[in-house]
Ligand binder design. Structure first.
Ligand SMILES: [Fe+2]
Length: 318
């Protein structure tokens, strides 16, 4: 029973190759068994889809081992899924979040051109969903994970950040750039030794010096891959700069810092505080905002912080 995972028929587009076996759960005389409905190398044709629609079957199954392949299928089909009116916003949010997590895991394991382009395509699709679906914020905020990995943290920052960007009226083009930058903001951590990244407790001066290189390293990794970004570079480079000049790598002050980076500075900290890490207990949203207001008041942009608190309050998170 536990070797199979449920998926929905809605997520499968007719006449496409899914890339993994699809099963139906059949119950007979009190017994349940999974039967193969579409083989991995065969196209899932329209006739097969229509038959299930007629029988009102929306729940299908894949083998647990094929989770990655299914996620790649969803990613390649994301534009269609997100523009399909028959799929509920809640399911779209789950697909968006799951696809982002899978995609970013690949980005951090293999930081190269092909995967950076995937981030960009994904960000564009996610922003389209956020802009067109009134329930996106409610559904996405509900599922942001509190496990801590660099990639889940990056998905959270990009998700919360994009929703906030819509809330403060950022235009579509800027939102797409902003979302891509947020997905990749900690990319430079792929160049930091795992002993430092995973260390429990405070870093030594030398370790902190090394850690502080990650914004510049992130930009270097992207440039070396041949990818050409614009404002995304500012987000990656400046996301640890503080308004009072106490941040890194350059010690820039308020107006010298790109407005997107000033937003990321707040959301990056907020998500880190609300997330379960090996060495700290996750804070409640309200407490996290209080920590930022009380302990980082001079470091953050006050107007942005006020708007962010208002935004979270409006979604029942504070
Ligand atoms: Fe960072």
């Amino acid at each position: 029973m536990h070797d199979f995972l449920p998926i929905t028929l809605n997520s499968l587009k007719a006449d496409t190759r899914i890339g993994c076996d699809i099963y139906l759960l059949v119950r007979n005389n009190g017994n349940s068994r999974y039967i193969l409905y579409c083989k991995n190398d065969a196209a899932f044709d329209n006739e097969q889809k229509e038959m299930l629609v007629r029988k009102n079957i929306n729940k299908l199954f894949i083998g647990k081992k094929d989770q990655q392949k299914y996620s790649e299928y969803l990613e390649s089909n994301l534009k269609n899924i997100l523009s399909d009116d028959k799929i509920e916003s809640k399911e779209k949010a789950q697909i968006v979040y799951g696809t982002a997590t899978n995609m970013l895991r690949d980005v951090f394991n293999e930081p190269r051109f092909k995967n950076f382009e995937r981030s960009k395509t994904f960000a564009y699709n996610m922003v389209d969903y956020i802009l067109r679906d009134g329930k996106a914020a409610f559904n996405l905020l509900k599922i942001t994970s509190h496990d801590y990995y660099t990639y889940t943290h990056s998905v959270n920052v990009a998700t919360i950040g994009s929703l906030f960007a819509k809330n403060i009226g950022l235009g579509e083009k800027d939102m797409k750039t902003f979302c891509t930058g947020m997905l990749l903001h900690d990319l430079g951590k792929t160049k930091i030794h795992s002993d430092i990244l995973n260390k429990k407790g405070a870093l030594t001066d030398d370790e902190f010096k090394e850690m502080r290189k990650h914004p510049e390293m992130g930009v270097a990794v992207l440039r070396e891959s041949g990818d050409s970004f614009n404002d995304e570079y500012s987000i990656i480079l400046q996301h640890h700069e503080n308004c009072d000049g106490s941040g890194y790598p350059f010690g820039l002050k308020k107006e010298e810092i790109h407005y997107s980076s000033r937003i990321v500075r707040i959301i990056d900290t907020y998500d880190a505080l609300t997330t379960q890490r090996s060495y700290s207990v996750p804070q409640k949203p309200y407490n996290s905002l209080k920590v930022i207001r009380d302990e980082m008041y001079n470091a953050v942009d006050h107007t942005m912080l006020k708007s962010f608190i208002k935004f979270l309050g409006g979604h029942g998170s504070s």
